[in-house]
Design a protein around this ligand. Structure first.
Ligand code: HEC
Ligand code: HEC
Length: 209
């Protein structure tokens, strides 16, 4: 055999061995992985990640129970914004001219509607005060007081107007099981917030104007 042929054959043989080894390795790795951690267990959707194209996320199914059916969702933790338990069809998005949420939840109407009244915190202004001459912002006074003037306001505070910024409807069905177990500081914490009366401002030294 010519030297050239010999070398070619050797290369071919080595390549075959190498390819075999690689194939074997992949198989072993895959088998090894399968035995301990499956592809299906890696993602939240519990499907083989190589079948990504066929994967469909779970459908979003907002509650269809009408407002007034009495259904409520336990709060996630003490003083968490409650989730919206009822259908919001036709109520969202909230615009400056159309905020239907207030038509049932405004404190003066809510009780007669069987709805939870908008709490006192939403009628409190927590925003910092600055001087603004149309061009330049300037801190008004005392750094220690952080320029906050917490006070009750007659109307819903601007920061609370867009209800769905904090209160969200909840989709039914479960992508992953929720094992979070809240510890409420109050016995009724799952259904009520503690922010009442002057509780929010007690002991705070803030601007008085
Ligand atoms: C037609 C009246 C009505 C409208 C409009 C309405 N709600 Fe409600 N809402 C209720 C009632 C009544 C309840 C009490 C649960 C029930 O009976 O459905 C409630 C419950 C809630 C709760 C849960 C309160 C708790 O104590 O757990 C939240 C949060 C809420 N609504 C937010 C909203 C938001 C945000 C909007 C606007 C997108 C809105 N609601 C529009 C009547 C209404
Ligand atoms: C910036 C976030 C934010 C916005 C915006 C907001 N909320 Fe809330 N909401 C909260 C938080 C936090 C709580 C729980 C603590 C508390 O009572 O203030 C709450 C509590 C509530 C409660 C339950 C009160 C109780 O006594 O248990 C109702 C009802 C409610 N909000 C309705 C509304 C409505 C209606 C709007 C729109 C007009 C709105 N919220 C806008 C954060 C928000």
């Amino acid at each position: 055999m010519k030297l050239f042929t010999k070398i070619s054959l050797s290369i071919a043989a080595v390549s075959v061995l190498f390819l075999n080894a690689t194939a074997e390795e992949t198989k072993t790795t895959k088998q090894g992985v399968k035995a301990t951690i499956t592809e299906e267990s890696l993602g939240l959707r519990k499907v083989d990640l190589y079948g990504e194209k066929e994967v469909k996320p779970e459908e979003t199914k907002y509650s269809k129970t009408y407002a007034g059916s009495g259904h409520k969702i336990d709060r996630a933790f003490q003083d968490a914004p409650p989730m919206i338990p009822h259908d919001t069809e036709g109520m969202l998005p909230i615009t400056i001219d159309n905020n239907q949420c207030t038509s049932c939840h405004a404190p003066e109407i809510a009780t007669s509607m069987g709805a939870t009244p908008i709490p006192v915190s939403h009628f409190t202004d927590f925003r910092p005060k600055h001087k603004f001459d149309g061009q330049k912002f300037e801190k008004s006074v005392d750094n220690m007081k952080n320029e906050i003037s917490i006070k009750a306001v007659e109307q819903l505070a601007g920061a609370r107007f867009n209800c769905s910024q904090c209160h969200a409807p909840q989709s039914e069905g479960q992508l992953v099981e929720n094992t979070f177990d809240p510890e409420f500081t109050q016995p009724d914490g799952a259904s009520k917030s503690t922010w009442r009366g002057t509780k929010l401002t007690e002991g705070l030294d803030t601007l008085k104007d």
